[in-house]
Design a protein around this ligand. Structure first.
Ligand code: 9D3
Length: 265
C-alpha cells in the first residue's frame, strides 16, 4: 500500500449552518470508509461562528423587499477564509445554488482532479450576490427541483466526486464501469433464489457462457436507455453491431411495459 499512508487525495471544506448533517457522507458506506481511512478529508465550517452579535445572526431581510431572508456576505467571507486556511488557499470554491450549472458525471470526474474544494451550502432564499461574485468560482445545481438548502446537494457532490478517487471503490466495480460514465443505463441484476414468486432468472445468466452474458447485458442496457432516456441515446446513434445484439436478444422493439415516466405517474 504505497499511497495509503500519505496525503489525502482530496480535501473538502463545507460552509454550512448544519455541519452535523455531513455525518451521512463522512461516517457511512463507501464515502465513510474513504474519509475514515484518510483518502479524503472533510473540514466543516459553520458561518454562525462568524456572527458578531450575541444572537449569532447570519441572515437579514432582502434589500428591495420580498419574502424570506438572505445569508450575509461578511459571515460567509469570514467562514471561507477559515476554510481556506484548513484546506489550502488554492481551493476551488463551489456554491450549491438552484441557479447553478447542473452537476453530471463528467464534472464530478473533473472535480476529483482538484486537490481541494470548498463547498458553500446556503439556507434561506440564497446568499448575498456580492459574496458569490467576489469569492465563488463555480455555481452548481443538482437538478431542476427545489430542496430546502445546499447541504444535500453538497453531499451528493462529495459522494459523486469521491467515487472517482483511486482506491475509494476498493474491490467494487470501478467508477469507469459505472452507469453514465459509459453513457448507458445499467442492465438488470438478479441473485438467488432462482425462482421468486414464479418469476425465473433469465436463462442466459445461468448458462456460464460469459460472452453470451456480456452480449445480453449490453443489449439490455441499450434497450433500457433507448426506452427510458432518449436524451442519452437515440436509435440513430446505435451501431450496427449493437443493433445485431438487440436483434439476437429480441430487443429491437421498445419495452411497452414500464418505461416512460410520464405515462406511469
Ligand atoms: C423562489 C425561488 N427559489 C429558488 C428556486 C428559492 C429557493 C429555493 C430553494 C432558494 C434556495 C433553495 C435551497 N436550494 C438550494 O440551496 C440548492 C438546490 C436546489 O434547491 N435544487 C437543486 N440544486 C440545488 S443546489 C442548492
Amino acid at each position: 500500500m504505497p499511497t495509503s499512508e500519505s496525503l489525502p487525495l482530496c480535501r473538502f471544506a463545507v460552509l454550512t449552518l448544519f455541519p452535523e448533517m455531513f455525518a451521512a457522507v463522512s461516517e457511512w458506506g463507501v464515502t465513510g470508509r474513504a474519509f475514515q481511512s484518510g483518502l479524503c478529508e472533510l473540514h466543516l465550517q459553520d458561518p454562525r461562528d462568524e456572527a458578531t452579535d450575541r444572537h449569532g445572526t447570519v441572515d437579514d431581510r432582502p434589500y428591495g423587499g420580498g419574502p424570506g431572508m438572505v445569508m450575509q456576505a461578511p459571515v460567509l467571507s469570514a467562514a471561507l477564509a477559515k476554510a481556506k486556511t484548513a484546506v489550502g488557499a488554492e481551493a476551488t470554491v463551489i456554491a450549491l445554488t438552484p441557479q447553478g450549472q447542473k452537476l453530471d458525471a463528467n464534472l464530478a470526474r473533473t472535480l476529483a482532479g482538484a486537490s481541494s474544494l470548498v463547498l458553500v451550502a446556503g439556507r434561506y432564499e440564497g446568499m448575498d450576490e456580492r459574496f458569490i461574485d467576489r469569492e465563488v468560482d463555480l455555481e452548481l445545481s443538482v437538478g431542476d427541483f427545489v430542496v430546502s438548502g445546499g447541504e444535500l446537494p453538497a453531499m451528493l457532490l462529495i459522494d459523486a466526486v469521491t467515487r472517482w478517487l483511486p482506491g475509494v471503490l476498493g474491490h467494487e466495480a470501478s467508477a469507469e464501469e459505472d452507469s453514465f460514465s459509459e453513457g448507458l443505463l445499467d442492465c438488470p441484476h438478479y441473485t438467488r433464489p432462482e425462482v421468486h414468486k414464479g418469476d425465473r432468472v433469465p436463462d442466459v445468466l445461468l448458462s456460464g457462457d460469459h460472452a453470451a452474458i456480456a452480449g445480453w447485458r449490453r443489449a439490455q442496457a441499450l434497450r433500457r436507455t433507448l426506452d427510458r432516456r432518449p436524451d442519452l441515446l437515440s436509435w440513430e446513434q446505435v451501431t450496427e453491431s449493437d443493433r445485431a445484439l438487440l436483434e439476437k436478444w429480441d430487443l429491437l422493439t421498445p419495452d411497452r411495459g414500464r418505461q416512460s415516466p410520464s405515462e406511469q405517474v
